[in-house]
Design a protein around this ligand. Structure first.
Ligand code: SF4
Length: 687
């Protein structure tokens, strides 16, 4: 039997087809006529279903023994005969219905002893939209807490912020496939080949088939450099600097599209005045930055080509996970607005979102400052880093965490884990054992994306309706929320994910009103891009921007001298080591699902630290090092000397918890939206 659905790993959102016999998946592949995958899947998409058969998959509701002992009243009628060892702790396996009651009673105890705001919900970007919607509804309406957030906090919140500020909508403007219609692509801060492989495939196919040229900009030479007309290795924390320089060249050489600027934008004069008076905006500045002088010549070439051709910009976490990520996103939109490279086919802005449903979770209102459909909430809640501080300040007492491994993927893990240990109550919905389940009081095993029906929204706003590849008796996340709600207010009576979705269509009506299950079923292997009313909308901003008055805005922000560039400028060189982290193609984030697939585990079973060939003498007598900062220490990392990165540059993946990479980071974050600065960290090496 063959079953069509959607890959539940990354934000590319490839359509998949599974060959299944007797509840066993034999093979996953992509149909040639599928819109996103078009016959290709990356290794995770093809092979990453092995976790479904792993003994680390959670298939029960579990309550920590120690919690039961401390809460005899709440737990008094439980059937506690079924004691198990789970991750070195003792839990009771209980019926889901019993666990719902315990959770409801404990939440009530906390909110009545403190306040509703002592409760926070975090997650939802890995599960379907139906569950994300119910998660925020449970928190805001049933508990009365404004504290909801999802893992966009550690990835693309700056894209949402920067794009909404300038063009009124924080989402990709075009379909991925529009790269076939463009002439020039800038890829900045994205190792697309590893992090969004099928998008990289599309870019390379378009280059092979047409007239496309590529400029790739990163702190290291990523795989796409070899296919790029321009490859720019830049210093750490130089994104905003470089993007402003591109704007400077366009304006100083009169390459802007005056007609577009006049008709569709405002505050251009302010931008022009600011940039022409900015001491850092002229690319000649790089002549003073030893080792990076060549950028003074390359930046103007990229600017000229971008301005004179039909161009698109793709970016990833290399932009957003920085101190000035939101401002860098605004600088990206400036480039498109200045040159008219937006609002049409083959021109546009493409933030490459990470998680399979992070776009959906944001659309559903799993953000502290947006209700569903980006409406203003009654009260703004806490962002995840603020939640950790609030726990340490005795203000937050309970967290419900759905599909976001707080004890692995967030920065400053010493602080995070101190906060998690201090929590009075932690509920976790998870598919697999991971780091956060080690801290949980109650764990709900839930259906994975391969076992359920629901809507996922990929990084180009495309909705896909999934269907189960195999059957599972486990509940979906939204069913667990309803189970607990029924012990609190007993007002929810949803019978299926379709029931929930019909409500979502009404509440998120600006984007989803025409996206019925029936329509999504018919379009299962192509999906539909929002806003979906009668029809879908592949390209945004054709006539108007999605600002209140339909006009886009320029908001200039000057680069602040700091970090590696400051060191080189002041000392003539940098003697420091700076670390950047990211993903590789084999694994996904905390890697628990991919590591439970034997072949993927074999291909990449530990994180490796890339070290520059220019620094090889420093590392000549060692095969392993640890890294250290004032916040913490990593585990032991094998080193690999690479000619692809420049002196003083280090790169590591963060997939394996034993590497303790996120223990190194502190609280440095995007100024506006608190996304962690994972892309630049000064570290010491411990040999
Ligand atoms: S690119 Fe992403 S969505 Fe596509 S197969 Fe790979 S992991 Fe799945």
């Amino acid at each position: 039997m063959t079953i069509d659905s959607v890959c539940t790993y990354c934000g590319v959102g490839c359509e998949i087809t599974a060959n299944v016999t007797d509840q066993k998946i034999n093979k996953i592949y992509a149909r040639d006529n599928a819109e996103v995958s078009r016959g290709s899947l990356c290794i995770k998409g093809k092979e990453g279903f092995g976790f479904l058969y792993s003994d680390r998959k959670i298939s029960n509701a579990l309550i920590r023994k120690d919690f039961v002992e401390r809460h005899q009243e709440i737990c008094k009628n439980l059937n506690l005969s079924n004691e198990i060892q789970f991750q070195n702790d003792t839990f009771y396996k209980v019926e889901y219905s019993e666990a719902y009651k315990v959770v409801a009673n404990k939440i009530s105890e906390i909110t009545s002893s403190y306040s509703a705001k002592a409760f926070a919900s975090i997650g939802g970007a890995r599960t379907n939209c139906e569950s994300g919607y119910m998660f925020q509804k449970f928190t805001r309406e049933i508990i009365g807490s404004p504290n909801v957030d999802n893992c966009a906090r550690v990835c693309h919140s700056p894209s949402l912020k920067g794009m909404r500020k300038t063009i009124g909508e924080g989402a990709a403007t075009n379909p991925f496939s529009d790269v076939e219609n463009t002439e020039f692509v800038i890829i900045i801060g994205s190792n697309t080949t590893e992090a969004h492989p099928i998008v990289a495939d599309k870019i390379l196919k378009a280059k092979k088939n047409g007239k496309l040229d590529i400029a790739t900009i990163d702190i290291r030479e990523t795989q796409l450099f070899k296919n790029s007309k321009y490859g720019l290795v830049i210093p750490y924390e130089a994104n905003l600097l470089l993007l402003n320089m591109l704007t400077f060249v366009i304006l100083s050489e009169n390459l802007e599209n005056t007609d577009f600027i006049q008709k569709r934008t405002k505050y251009f004069d302010d931008l022009k005045k600011s940039i022409l008076n900015d001491p850092f905006a002229n690319p000649q500045f790089f002549n003073k930055i030893s080792g990076y002088e060549y950028l003074a010549e390359l930046i103007p070439k990229v600017a000229r080509e971008y301005a004179s051709k039909k161009s698109m910009i793709f970016w990833g976490l290399g932009i957003t996970e920085n101190f000035d990520g939101s401002y860098a996103v605004m600088a990206i939109t400036h480039l498109a607005l200045l040159t008219g490279n937006i609002g049409g086919s083959g021109v546009g802005l493409m933030p490459l979102r990470g998680q399979n449903n992070v776009q959906g979770a944001c659309d559903m209102g799993m953000l502290p400052y947006y209700n569903p459909d980006y409406q203003k909430p009654k009260e703004i809640g806490l962002m995840t880093p603020q939640v950790f501080d609030a726990i340490l300040n005795d203000e937050v007492k309970a967290i419900w965490n759905i599909g976001e491994d707080l004890a692995h993927i967030h920065p400053n893990q010493n602080k995070v884990q101190k906060a998690l240990r201090k929590l009075d109550f932690l509920i976790v919905n998870e598919v697999m054992e991971n780091e956060i389940t080690k801290f949980a009081d109650v764990i709900f095993g839930v259906k994975s994306g391969y076992e359920k029906t629901g809507v996922y929204v990929n990084a180009e706003r495309r909705l896909h309706l999934s269907q189960p590849l195999i059957n599972s008796d486990l509940p979906d996340d939204w069913e667990i929320l309803q189970g607990v709600e029924n012990h609190l207010e007993n007002s929810w009576k949803y019978k299926s994910s379709k029931d929930v979705w019909q409500e979502v269509q009404e509440v998120v009506s600006n984007r989803y009103s025409g996206a019925s299950y029936e329509k999504l079923e018919i379009n299962r292997i192509s999906g539909l891009q929002w806003p979906i009313q009668e029809n879908e909308t592949p390209i945004l901003h054709l006539k108007d921007f999605r600002t209140k008055d339909g006009i886009a805005q320029f908001h200039y922000h000057q680069y602040k001298l700091r970090g590696q560039i400051k060191e080189i400028l002041e000392l003539g060189k940098s003697n420091s080591f700076y670390l950047s982290t990211g993903r590789n193609i084999i694994h996904y984030n905390n890697a628990v699902q991919t590591l439970a697939t034997p072949r993927l585990e074999k291909l990449h079973n530990r994180d490796i630290l890339l070290v520059s060939y220019e620094d090889k003498d420093i590392f000549q007598n060692t095969a392993f090092v640890k890294l250290k900062t004032e916040f913490g220490e990593s585990g032991e990392l094998p080193i690999k000397i690479s000619k692809k990165i420049k002196k003083g540059t280090l790169f590591s993946t963060f997939h394996h918890s034993k590497s303790r990479i996120n223990f190194l980071f502190g609280d440095e974050k995007d100024e506006l939206i608190s996304t962690a600065q994972f892309k630049s960290l000064k570290v010491e090496i411990i040999f």
